[in-house]
Design a binder for this molecule. Structure first.
Ligand code: NAG
Ligand code: NAG
Length: 458
């Protein structure tokens, strides 16, 4: 009998596997991501054009704005793009009282809800970082009265939260030691987290490895091959700084008993240009950070302390904003005001239409863009290639062909094994040029490196 069911189930199993395969194919091609649509600029296109661009040209399915600009809210009406709107910091003390919160909802939400998918209201932005005692004291009361005002208006599907900078932590390294700033933990954060638990809404934080890296940790910050950081307390190994920052936040929440509250990544990004010689700032690094970030949060892997958890994530930012105070701040955008991509992070619907920018200096102009491989550069050292090999094989690609009985084991050299693994990583990540960068030790080729029975993934 057991045998019979097995036979019967076989085709169903195959069908299931095939469906999973198709699902994987379609999700691999379509990375969903949120974006911060900041408007500190005097040269941005009108919101209606921005909405059309996002809807028709990109896979962005959520935006977050820093106010409740009616033109933006109107522009996104009748679209599937969900919107997080914000209450300005300056309005927090006022909306802490219910009548003002009700007026705020009536004036800023009701005219656009529900034609515009307003999904969340961010009450203030990085309020703790202002060190303004009045604002800080009124934050939770403001969140609560906005929540009540929505209820009074009969709206139950708009979440209320507030984005925080990493400065809310006094300790974050190693991640397991994460704790909120002394004096704020029990008095400010525990009640805020309690509000989130009760209302089933997320705690919003903005991890920025860009503001945390040093000479030694640049690759770790960029999700590039690196030696990893070991947390002795948990025995967990971190391969990127983004995970470490999120886990530090989680540790702080967990310490107060709120490890179950969801986390949303309100902002994260990397500038593509800055002051001359500014460390870590380049087009390649921005493409690498944001490309890897988008893939990482779409992978469903979670972090070492939060395995398999997903984090709604908003990249900073949609546009380069020319009125920001510093050179690097003006260059966090994925797009220029004329909608041309500053670099490719894999969120354009029709990737072939992108002109290769300066981010892809090693990219050949492909006659058949479907057939490209990644191999080591001639001058890459064995030490560098060993690091690439470890990194690629630890990232989940299939490295069994280079193991001792595999068809790609011979020649048994670091260079040959690294070549196979680097290519497998590049292919698994949709052949983005920056996935063959490997800290400037990999190069894209149009020549199939396969030999004898060793077939390179393509
Ligand atoms: C941590 O991960 C890095 C990168 O994959 C690896 O090189 C290192 O050996 C690992 N360390 C430990 C202690 O597992
Ligand atoms: C995460 O997912 C993997 C693969 O599906 C599974 O093996 C693992 O047990 C999961 N871990 C947790 C903590 O759920």
């Amino acid at each position: 009998m057991a045998k019979k069911t097995l036979v019967l189930r076989h085709p169903i199993l195959l069908l299931l596997l095939y469906t999973l395969f198709l699902f994987h194919q379609s999700t691999a091609a379509k990375l969903s991501i949120g974006i911060n649509y900041g408007t500190v600029a005097d040269n941005l296109p009108p919101p209606s054009q921005v909405a059309n661009f996002i809807k028709s040209q990109t896979t962005i399915d959520k935006i977050k704005i820093f106010d409740a600009n009616p033109n933006i809210l109107r522009a996104f009406a009748n679209s599937d793009v969900s919107v997080t709107v914000a209450v300005a910091n300056a309005d927090i003390p006022a909306v802490a009282k219910l009548p003002a919160a009700q007026s705020w909802v009536v004036n800023n939400i009701l005219p656009f809800y529900a034609q515009t998918k307003i999904h969340r209201i961010a009450v203030g932005n990085e309020v703790i970082a202002t060190s303004d005692k009045t604002l800080i004291a009124h934050l939770l009361p403001a969140m609560k009265s906005i929540y009540s005002a929505l209820k009074v208006a009969g709206i139950t599907n708009i979440e209320v939260s507030s984005p925080h900078s990493m400065g809310i932590l006094s300790t974050s390294d190693p991640p397991s030691s994460g704790r909120f700033r002394h004096g704020y933990d029990k008095i400010i954060f525990a009640p805020i987290l309690d509000f989130h638990r009760q209302t089933k809404t997320p705690f919003m934080v903005s991890p920025y490895p860009f503001f945390g890296f040093t000479d030694k940790t640049l690759n770790y910050a960029l999700f590039k091959p690196n030696g990893g950081v070991f947390d002795e307390t948990t025995g967990l190994n971190y391969t990127n700084m983004f995970d470490a920052q999120l886990d530090a936040v989680y540790s702080a929440m967990n310490r107060l008993g709120y490890g179950d509250v969801d986390i949303v990544v309100a902002e994260s990004g990397w500038p593509s240009a800055g002051d001359p010689g500014q460390p870590g700032v380049s087009m390649d690094n921005a493409a690498s950070y944001n490309g890897n970030l988008i893939r990482h949060v779409n992978s469903g892997k979670g972090t070492p302390l939060m395995p398999n958890r997903t984090f709604e994530t908003y990249v900073f930012a949609l546009f380069n904003e020319d009125l920001k105070p510093s050179n690097s701040e003006r260059n966090f955008g994925l797009f220029r005001p004329d909608f041309s991509p500053v670099y490719d992070v894999g969120i354009l619907r029709n990737a072939q239409s992108i002109a290769p920018g300066p981010a892809n200096p090693t990219a050949p102009s492909p006659s058949n863009p479907d057939k490209k491989w990644c191999v080591p550069k001639q001058d890459a050292s064995d030490e560098e290639l060993q690091a690439n090999l470890n990194f690629a094989c630890n990232s989940g690609v299939d490295c069994t062909p280079i193991q001792s009985n595999g068809p790609c084991f011979e020649p048994n050299t670091v260079r040959s094994h690294a070549s196979f693994a680097m290519n497998a990583y590049y292919q698994a990540n949709d052949r983005n040029d920056y996935d063959c960068d490997f800290t400037n030790t990999g190069v894209v080729t149009m020549t199939d490196p396969s030999y004898k029975n060793c077939k390179y993934v393509v």
